[in-house]
Design a protein. Structure first.
Length: 145
């Protein structure tokens, strides 16, 4: 009979401890973000996919198609296409493709670009149903913005 009352007391004590935790959580401030209506705060050091940077003066990409980012990428996810047009001294960027499925977000490409032509985006809602949705033509994205 003594063991019965001891078990009963321990059960009531356990119930009160659990209810205390529940009541504290009920009255604490809400930390959940209502996602579609509210956006999360993104820290400045967040690494999304790459973006080309537009030159302020000319409106063209800062990229000079040197290919250093492509050669320095350990994942091999960057492909830079360029052509030398007749009558021009420099190459012209014709395509900048990123396969984000291979990217390890190491940052070597951004650090190796001496022209400051690429940076990370703040896009965090990266979801898709196929691999092709993660193949970005960054030159096309730059022209759309």
């Amino acid at each position: 009979m003594n063991a019965y009352f001891r078990d009963l007391f321990e059960g009531i004590k356990s119930l009160l401890v659990g209810m205390t935790v529940t009541i504290k959580a009920y009255f604490s401030p809400v930390v959940t973000v209502q996602y579609p209506r509210e956006k999360n705060y993104i820290t400045p050091n967040y690494r999304g996919h790459l973006l080309l940077i537009k030159d302020e003066k000319s409106g063209l990409p800062k990229c000079v198609a040197c290919g250093i980012c492509e050669r320095s990428c350990p994942s091999g996810c960057i492909k830079v296409q360029s052509e030398k047009k007749e009558g021009e001294k420099k190459k012209t960027l014709t395509g900048y493709n990123l396969d984000f499925t291979k990217c390890s977000l190491c940052g070597i490409c951004v650090e190796s670009c001496s022209f400051g032509a690429i940076e990370y985006s703040n896009e965090y809602n990266l979801a898709g149903l196929t691999r092709e949705e993660f193949h970005y033509d960054l030159l096309k994205v730059l022209k759309e913005t």
